[in-house]
Design a protein around this ligand. Structure first.
Ligand SMILES: [Zn+2]
Length: 415
């Protein structure tokens, strides 16, 4: 929702470089006589996203309740996601296996469990996580740990099993590039949740978005020059442990052909990482009494954030604007805004290794952190809580990433 600190000269360069494409294919412009009549493949691919399919995928995830890490319902959800990916044609699924032990409880300094998540500290008194400045009315936030706060007995029973330490798994699959199979973009969300609800928004909405993109890109008639990996992290809610495990296990394997001469690259070089977390609820700032507007606000937007303190900030900012530009051309209902305070999600472990961004319903630090989403980690994060206007914001984020990644990876559609 806020203007960014992007230098004007950079903005001017981006606008200049994008102008020809917008002029040729922009919504308001008739194709000129000189442009050929070939339909825009990105437009065709974006049209294969569908509100009802997106909703059905979110609904499918909620059958496993809050999908808390370290439970059977979480493992069952990983199995279900993998089966869905295979059914879409993303058949080369693989799993990361790692161990998760509960961290020590907080010490008297407040450090310990959950501290330093995302690697970005608060920068000063009164500042938001990730470095932004909180504005306006603030409502309470927190994590519900009370089973009795869930009035639905069926869901209370589904979410009952407590987490246990030990082995964890998370799944990914890959669209292999035709000419550059050794390079890829990572498109991701986190499949675990907390709070004694259904984790429909956090992060069923982001997980379903990634799964829907895997479905569209896996269509047999679609090819990309570069590879795309669709990853559904586990253990985000404990401090991005699943994405950290991926970086720890896979970073050194980047770009290596294995076996030599095979043309196969088990870990293509990372060109960028795009995380999706809480995609649906942008009802604005809390009212003075702490309540929120019941309806999605018409001026809702998709917030694309990079982290200005990260090692790859300049390239992450470029990646953010590439998606914002894709949103302008291809998203049907809601615009995108770019901000510089990405924090508290699985792009954190990547941001000093590769350009990394996150997409959300609001800015994580100064907006969600100020209580703009009353369902966050609450028993009300249910499929039934959200209306089509909410689901449609998530769909617009899907359109944004699909179009942006299609352009970045050189997507085409076979005739
Ligand atoms: Zn989340």
């Amino acid at each position: 929702m806020r203007a960014t600190a992007m230098p004007l000269v950079v903005l001017a360069l981006i606008i200049a470089s994008e102008r020809p494409a917008i002029a040729q294919g922009g919504r308001a412009t008739q194709p000129s006589a000189s442009s050929d009549s070939t339909p825009d493949p990105i437009k065709i691919a974006v049209a294969r996203l569908d509100l009802e399919k997106y909703k059905a995928t979110i609904k499918g995830l909620t059958q496993f309740g809050d999908r808390r890490q370290g439970t059977k319902r979480n493992r069952d959800a990983v199995d279900w996601i993998e089966a869905q990916l295979k059914s879409y044609g993303c058949t080369n699924t693989e799993r990361i296996t790692y161990d998760y032990q509960l961290p020590p409880p907080r010490d008297s300094t407040g450090r310990g469990r959950g501290a330093g998540r995302g690697g970005v500290p608060r920068t000063g008194p009164g500042s938001a996580q990730g470095g932004g400045t909180p504005r306006g009315i603030r409502a309470r936030t927190g994590v519900n740990n009370d089973s009795l706060a869930q009035p639905d007995a069926r869901l209370r029973a589904l979410d009952r099993e407590p987490t246990s330490p030990g082995q964890r798994q998370e799944v990914y699959c890959t669209k292999v590039g035709t000419t550059h199979p050794d390079e890829m973009y990572i498109v991701s969300g986190h499949m675990d949740g907390i709070g004694w609800g259904e984790a429909a928004n956090d992060d069923g909405s982001g997980t379903a978005l990634v799964m829907e993109l895997a479905r569209v890109f896996s269509s047999p008639d679609i090819q990309t020059e570069r590879s795309i990996r669709f990853a559904l992290w586990n253990n985000e809610e404990t401090g991005t442990n699943g994405s950290r495990a991926y970086v720890a296990q896979r970073q050194a394997l980047q770009g290596k052909e294995e076996p030599a001469g095979s043309g196969k690259y088990p870990e293509p070089k990372w060109l960028g990482m795009i995380q999706h977390d809480m995609m649906m609820f942008d009802h604005g700032m809390p009212h003075p009494d702490g309540t929120l507007s019941p309806e999605q606000r018409p001026e809702a937007d998709v917030n694309i954030e990079f982290q200005v303190t990260s090692k790859f900030a300049a390239d992450a900012e470029k990646l953010a604007w590439a998606l914002a530009t894709a949103n302008e051309k291809y998203a049907t209902d809601y615009p995108a805004s770019v901000g510089q305070h990405m924090t508290n999600t699985d792009s954190g472990p990547f941001m000093d290794v590769v350009p990394a961004i996150s997409l959300r319903e609001n800015e994580r630090g100064a907006q969600i952190g100020n209580g703009w989403d009353p369902h966050w980690h609450q028993p009300t994060d249910l499929y039934a809580t959200f209306t089509d206007k909410d689901f449609r914001l998530g769909l617009n984020a899907a359109q944004t990433t699909l179009a942006g990644v299609a352009r970045l990876t050189g997507m085409s559609i076979k005739k």
